[in-house]
Write a protein that binds this ligand. Structure first.
Ligand code: AHG
Ligand code: MN
Ligand code: MN
Ligand code: MN
Length: 341
């Protein structure tokens, strides 16, 4: 007999969202419809990522974005797919994207109450090497003053700390397409795309990050620019004082979504420290640091910035503002905090 158990009680993302909505009696269904549009954008981006080298979609688009990155063709395609699906949902008022200098405002939906921050393709420098990339998103609810006919909304209405996020998560287009999502005050759930059915299936319910793990994930190529306390901390992992035992193992993929997904499953510490070359760090607050911080906190981990402030309380000064970040197992981030005292 085949060792594959025929599971019949399958929780798809669609069913999961229906069950989530049922928990909120005041729900209008708008959030659910937004998530269905998100789901479509992930399926569509996954499709084009996997076809890239067959459809001449690899390589550079020949443009750069407002944060100075050279845009890959797939950065632009992923961005266009994401914005079109958010617009088409009729439930989103504004999108902030890594690939758009200005916020995209949908004046045709004046009653829509949600704003979405997104990194359409995270890790795009790895694309042509076939290394896992993903999409990172955060969903905010706009203040009432921005919602309704004639009401104005601007990009500055999205300058909120991550504690205001209603939901956040990311996909990783790897060996299979994985999706990790979390709701405000909720837990973390992981889904795997079943390409035969075209459905995200709940495979990792109630994800909890291991309390500690001797794995560190950082681009050591920036060591020359690190602050002294950052250097001291990583040295302490690599050359442990004899009583504390073995050195940590190093794992760095260079796509935040892939390094984050491994850290969420295995435990450890991920860091992109601010340094002398990038005084505010490299990762962007609204669509990389804050959504990831929410996922990790809801999975029992921690996330802090370079000053050891709680990442979710960091207030972005502009929509592409950056921050240093340390993210991972509760005890591992505690070690960072101790080392930076
Ligand atoms: P993006 O591809 O969306 O611009 O993000 C790239 C980020 C992040 O994915 C990763 O952690 C980091 O850049 C890697 O930076 P380095 O190559 O400087 O290590
Ligand atoms: Mn980029
Ligand atoms: Mn990114
Ligand atoms: Mn990106």
């Amino acid at each position: 007999s085949s060792n594959e158990q025929v599971k019949t009680d399958i929780v798809t993302l669609t069913r999961f969202l229906t069950e989530e909505q049922a928990k909120h009696k005041e729900a209008t269904g708008d959030f659910t419809l937004l998530f269905h549009a998100l789901q479509f954008s992930f399926k569509s981006i996954a499709y084009w990522i996997r076809r890239a080298s067959l459809a001449n979609l690899s390589g550079l688009a020949g443009s750069s974005n407002t944060t100075g990155d050279d845009q890959k063709k797939l950065d632009v395609i992923g961005n266009d797919i994401f914005i079109a699906s958010m617009r088409g949902s009729g439930r989103v008022r504004m999108v902030v994207s890594e690939e758009e200098e200005e916020a995209i405002i949908f004046d045709e939906h004046p009653n829509a109450r949600y704003a979405v921050a997104c990194d359409p393709i995270d890790g795009s420098s790895n694309l042509d090497a076939g290394v896992s990339v993903g999409t990172i998103f955060g969903i905010f609810k706009l203040p009432d003053r921005c919602v309704g006919p004639g009401k104005k909304v601007t990009k500055n209405d999205l300058l909120m700390p991550g504690t205001e996020l209603l939901a956040a998560g990311f996909t990783m287009y790897g060996a299979s397409a994985q999706l990790v999502i979390t709701m405000k005050g909720g837990n973390v759930n992981g889904f795997t795309m079943d390409v035969a059915l075209g459905e995200f299936i709940l495979t990792h319910p109630d994800m909890k990050i291991p309390k500690k793990r001797a794995i560190y994930s950082v681009n050591e190529g920036n060591s020359l620019y690190w602050e002294d306390n950052t250097k001291k901390y990583f040295e302490s992992l690599k050359y442990p004082a004899e009583e504390s035992g073995k050195p940590y193992s190093g794992r760095y993929i260079g796509s935040m979504v892939a390094d984050a997904y491994r850290t969420l499953l295995y435990g450890g510490i991920f860091a992109y420290p601010a340094d002398k070359k990038s005084p505010k760090g490299k990762l962007r607050i609204l669509y990389e640091c804050a959504p990831m911080a929410m996922v990790f906190e809801n999975a029992g981990g921690q996330a802090v910035d370079g000053k050891m402030a709680r990442m979710l309380e960091v207030q972005p000064e502009h929509i592409h503002d950056r921050s240093g970040i340390f993210l991972g197992s509760y005890d591992e981030v505690q070690k960072v905090i101790e080392a930076h005292k």
